[in-house]
Write a protein that binds this ligand. Sequence first.
Ligand code: PMP
Length: 429
Amino acid sequence: MIPYQKMTKEELLKEQAVLQSAYKEFQGRGLKLDMSRGKPAPNQLDLSMGMLDVLTSQDVLACEDGLDARNYGLLDGIPEAKELYAEILEVSPDEVIIGGNSSLNMMYDTIVRAMQFGFVDSPRPWKDEKTVKCLCPVPGYDRHFAISELFGIEMINVPMTPAGPDMDLVEKLAAEDESIKFIWCVPMYSNPQGITYSDETVARFASMKTAAPDFKIIWDNAYCVHHLTDTPDRLMNLMDACKKQGTEDRVFIFASMSKISFPGAGIAAMAATKHNLDFVKQQMSIQTIGFDKIKQLRHVKYFKNIDGVKAHMQKHREILEPKFNAVLKKLDEEIKPLEIAEWHAPNGGYFISLDTMDGCAKRVVGLCKEAGAVMTGAGATYPYGKDPQDRNIRIAPTYPSVSELDQAMELFCLCVRLASVEKLLSEMN
Ligand code: PMP
């Protein structure tokens, strides 16, 4: 295989003809494949079925402190769930609030509260600021960006590097512009690249100067226990790093059980300093009397502790690792020698993200769709749905079976090749 950039026009035209006929053949197969969203596969959900049988009528009467889990009370969660999440997030139990089923919901509420009331250290509610801006490491998670967009918060792209966001740029922007109030981060096995922030990146987040006195780091640790290889990444503890610098009030950590137990029926958690949480709880107590404690108890009874969670995640890994390997193998075989795209082989998380040559991502996703494979929309990984270089594509390998993935990836690689050839030919004309 010759790298496409080294091919002559004649060679590219020949390659295009071969690819086009292979593509036509795919179109005739009537495929119906979906690699668009990071959903667990049904056999991953089966792993948690025991949770539905684990709770007896006696258990709900006796939480750790003797409280009746059936009744009102405990706005911030049952103590045993706070202890479990404290272990997972490496904070202390009084720095945890257990929420409902969705961490996205907790992040949304956090931004709404900031707009309406500000944080404990805000000079005024964010809605009363002339402009509110946030930093968005890109590519990133589309639903984070959608929250910012909904509230008219101006988003500033910060390119990701293999060690996390470009911290020179983060430090410069946060220090010089007081309207920059927060940054969206998925620090471990990031969505979509699967990158884990380096120790240096975490330390710089803790020590950086910010012009806004109420600057916040939204640390969405959605994939903190979602390892897929024998060489898992390690994420430095942001809360500890910030405490050393006296900046701990800038930290808001989020996580959920959505991809541990059941998406939509897991438990979500938020961690921050007691100073922050006391302020949040005042407002939360107007919104709800408390979340579902029976579900919290069910999760704790089933997992018991962090070791139980880790053992459970090992079973997820057994299902997911072959799927990630199937995707990476196809990319290595079909794309790597042609030097037309780049990607990172992640040690965990839910996605693989591929950068095509500039200007090819929309075309690749369109070609895939016309032949029966739905990918995440090109541009979705960028604020406002605009990938300035039109090159990033998110691959979600978790839901399809390995044999479906093999077919989908065969088609995907073909589409990447076809779009690249078209692009190179158009540049020659
Ligand atoms: N954060 C990230 C980075 C995610 O990828 C997802 C799910 N795709 C979520 C949050 C949503 O989590 P939840 O189900 O807890 O709302």
